[in-house]
Design a protein around this ligand. Structure first.
Ligand code: NAP
Length: 496
């Protein structure tokens, strides 16, 4: 039985859109993009809390083949990213392939028909020869089970479900969490709230953000002479690359650079926060890079304001009108903002149930063994399946470098498949094992294993204590491998 589609893509964020563009390039144009939200853009559709902006410069945080000369700032605000996503969807004809409100429950490999059967929460099924999941890394919001939270009588908002018309003026607010989201949100909430208490469990490294508006003449120059924006991208990407490769991945060989970044962040803190005790509380005691560092010129300063307080005692429980900490102190609030991030390792790998050949369950395989995926994209026993948000897939600091490497991997893989006149592929056990050995070995030199990450509570680490998210390569080498991986790392056609 022929499948309905050449391919089914799950997720209409930048990953899923990149996959769609590549499928078109490969001539696999009969595909559908299933999206659980009511619009496209992934994280940039879901997140619209005050202060949201990229913290990878926009020249780099965009597709290299679709530069946007009109970013208003070096670090564009969130709504420009959403607009950029819409522009890409329109220009590349992706919108007509998208189905919104299509919540995927799971997918099962149909051995007999050699295609995937994808089940939707509505009860409908769709079939595709190939399955590509682009469900994001940070797409399953996490709300900690604080005792008593259900009794809270005020307003509760998770940052991923921000209500744009909710007025914070005069509110007594609490923000729980001090990750990258809170670093952007805290200064904005402080502008309006009558009182703000920030509940911090683990301090975060914050370095200055070298941001500024991009003047209209520069935007015009980028539009007229694209090579100038390309050059700006190259400079910025090279700096990020140095930070990642030298400071994080080669921590053992280049501790000084990592320590330098830590010193910069400490100097930033000293320059911005007057109170010594608050400074001490805001100082991380783990190495820079163990956890995703953040960039802000406003976060630290906010704690100088008389109506803003940093609370570091742990949360014991929530009552109708406040939060009680372990020291017995009650902070009276009427607004509880959860900047508590995402659950990656319990519910996101994979985000939907995936059943492959011989009944293999991807989530169970990853949990019973180790989290793994060949080149961060394919897994043995899962034919015709590309898992774009896999363990060890994230390369570099900008997600776009990962997306584009995966597009190249698709190009090489499908090119070979077509050349052989086959329609089914599967990565070999041996290739997968070799890749896992290589990344494990290389990660030994990284800050994750060579540094002191004991108190970081970083989502880079999974439940087994493995830093199984980032691929320990420069993005240059990731891209090189995407166009040169051994073709016989895959089996093509149905095994005899
Ligand atoms: P996050 O980094 O996971 O931070 C969640 C925060 O909630 C942490 O401070 C965490 O404390 C705290 N928390 C969780 N459970 C808690 C509990 N039971 N009690 C007290 N505190 C608790 O999430 P995020 O800030 O949303 O950021 C996630 C990622 O999204 C970032 O790392 C970044 O990759 C991305 N992001 C990017 C941008 C950007 O590019 N502009 C902006 C925002 C987010 P612990 O640290 O102690 O666990």
């Amino acid at each position: 039985m022929a499948p309905q589609y050449d391919a089914v893509v799950v997720g209409a964020g930048f990953g899923g859109m990149g996959a769609g563009i590549e499928l078109d390039r490969l001539g696999l144009s009969n595909y559908v993009i299933l999206e659980r939200e009511n619009d496209l853009g992934g994280t940039w559709h879901v997140n619209h809390y005050p202060g949201l902006a990229v913290d990878i410069a926009s020249v780099t945080y965009s597709y290299s083949f679709e530069p946007n000369p009109y970013w208003s700032r070096l670090f564009a605000p969130g709504k420009e990213l959403k607009k950029y996503a819409e522009h890409v969807a329109d220009k590349y004809g992706l919108r007509r392939r998208m189905r919104f409100g299509a919540v995927v429950d799971g997918a099962r490999w149909d051995e007999e028909n050699q295609h995937w059967v994808v089940s939707l929460a509505s009860g409908e099924t769709v079939t595709g020869r190939y399955l590509l999941t682009a469900t994001g890394f940070l797409s399953q919001p996490y709300t900690p089970p604080f005792p008593g939270i259900e009794s809270f009588a005020g307003k509760i908002i998770h940052t991923t479900a921000w209500e744009d018309d909710f007025d914070l003026t005069g509110r007594r607010a609490a923000i729980i969490g001090t990750g990258a989201t809170a670093v952007q949100l805290v200064p904005e909430v402080a502008k309006k709230a009558a009182a703000l208490t920030v509940f911090q469990r683990t301090p975060i490294w914050v370095v200055p953000k070298v941001d500024a508006p991009i003047p209209a003449p520069v935007q015009k120059l980028f539009a007229r002479v694209p090579a100038t924006q390309k050059a700006a991208r190259l400079v910025n990407t090279s700096m990020l690359e140095a930070l990642m490769v030298v400071g994080v991945l080669h921590f053992k060989q280049a501790k000084a650079m990592n320590k330098g970044a830590g010193l910069l962040a400490k100097a930033h803190l000293r320059a911005q926060v007057r109170d010594k005790r608050t400074r001490e509380q805001l100082t991380p005691h783990y190495d820079f890079g163990c956890k995703r560092p953040t960039f802000s010129n406003h976060y630290f300063k906010t704690f100088n304001q008389p109506h803003v307080r940093l609370e570091t005692s742990s949360i014991d429980h929530v009552e109708a009108d406040g939060i009680i900490t372990a020291d017995g102190h009650k902070t009276e609030i009427d607004t509880l903002i959860l900047a508590t991030g995402f659950n990656l390792w319990d519910v996101n790998f994979p985000a939907v149930e995936i059943i492959g050949r011989d009944g293999a369950n991807l989530g169970k395989f990853w949990r019973d063994n180790r989290f793994q995926a060949y080149e961060g994209i394919t897994v043995p026993k899962f034919p015709n399946f590309l898992s774009l948000n896999s363990p060890y897939s994230y390369s570099g600091l900008s997600y776009f470098t990962t997306i584009e490497a995966q597009m190249k991997h698709m190009g090489r893989l499908f090119g070979e498949l077509f050349r052989r006149g086959e329609t089914t592929f599967e990565v070999t056990e041996a290739a997968n094992a070799r890749f896992l050995d290589t990344v494990t070995d290389k990660l030994g030199a990284s800050v994750f294993y060579g540094g002191d990450c004991a108190t970081a509570r970083s989502y880079y680490f999974n439940q087994h204590g493995e830093a199984a998210l980032l691929r320990p390569n420069s993005t240059v080498s990731t891209h090189r491998q995407a166009v040169s991986f051994p073709l016989d790392d895959y089996v093509y056609g149905v095994p005899a």
